[in-house]
Design a protein around this ligand. Structure first.
Ligand SMILES: [Zn+2]
Length: 302
């Protein structure tokens, strides 16, 4: 899903929320007005209010008008209270008390709208991945050791020494499957994991680079506990957008000590020439990264 779609969806959701609150309030009022005492108190209050507004407009409000209005309001409150209802309940019960579910406060986007957009985006990345450690049929000893290292990491998370993974190997040796095993094992432990392909990630950078929403998107990606970027190297590179966005994402995550898991079939030298030194230092630093190399035949052909 593109960011613009997520924003649209969030605004629709907020509008629905707002209308629901209004509908519920008016439904409650309608049902209360079936009681004669409430109806009587409500009708006289409304009449006085209309009268008051008109007088105010004509600057002809008297002290007794004010007093009558307050009395009518008190009476209405009282008949409601007799039935155990607070007058506040007749106001729409908006979820957000800052923007009343409009999404904006003084022309600025409200936090609730930003959070909703993030939730929608995040939900999109919760794809169901197939890989599970217990389902692995890996036979090669070297690969099994990689699985073991990854499984131990998941069990220990977040108490880990090296926070990142770089999973390397040729096409078809099971890099994505291993990354999926990590994703599922961590999600079983309620860790917030976002899993995207490098292609999708690059497309997101590109589609929304100039928009205000880019910040929201980066926020979602930066703050996930674990970010998996599958198949780095397959995406087209647009120097300014792809590399700058990728660098800033990886750098922010490193500063926040958030785990990033990358799979690729590129060699270190290819990664270096494609992404440059500063990005390479953030994905292949042995001090912070488990570097796993899967070997063997292309499983998809066997
Ligand atoms: Zn709000």
């Amino acid at each position: 899903m593109q960011l613009s779609d997520a924003i649209k969806k969030a605004k629709e959701e907020l509008k629905r929320q707002r209308q629901n609150a209004q509908y519920e309030a008016s439904f409650l009022l309608d049902s209360l007005l079936t009681h004669p005492d409430i109806k009587e108190a409500y009708t006289s209050l409304r009449l006085l209010e209309v009268h008051h507004i008109r007088n105010k407009h004509n600057r002809a409000v008297t002290a007794s008008d004010e007093k009558n209005l307050i009395l009518a309001q008190n009476k209405f409150n009282k008949v409601l209270k007799n039935r155990g209802i607070s007058v506040d309940r007749l106001n729409p019960q908006y979820k957000c008390k800052n923007c009343f579910d409009t999404g904006y406060v003084a022309g600025k986007q409200c936090k609730c709208l930003t959070e909703l957009i993030k939730d929608i985006l995040y939900g999109e990345y919760l794809t169901v991945n197939k890989g599970r450690f217990e389902k692995s049929t890996e036979k090669l000893l070297k690969n099994r050791q990689c699985y073991q290292e990854a499984e131990e990491y998941c069990k220990a998370f977040p108490k880990i020494d090296k926070i990142n993974f770089l999973i390397k190997g040729h096409t078809g040796v099971g890099k994505t499957f291993l990354a999926d095993c990590i994703v599922n094992a961590l999600r079983d432990r309620n860790v917030n994991v976002i899993s995207v392909t490098a292609y999708e990630l690059n497309k997101m950078f590109f589609d929304d680079f100039m928009s205000e929403g880019h910040k929201i998107l980066m926020d979602v990606l930066i703050n996930a506990d674990v970010l998996v970027v599958d198949d780095l190297g397959k995406e087209p590179i647009y120097k300014k957008i792809s590399l700058e966005s990728l660098y800033s994402l990886l750098n922010e995550r490193q500063l926040k000590e958030k785990s990033t898991i990358i799979t690729t079939n590129l060699e270190a030298s290819e990664l270096l020439s494609r992404y440059g030194e500063s990005i390479l230092a953030r994905i292949a630093n042995k001090k912070t990264t488990h570097i796993l190399v899967l070997t063997g035949e292309d499983k998809r052909l066997s």
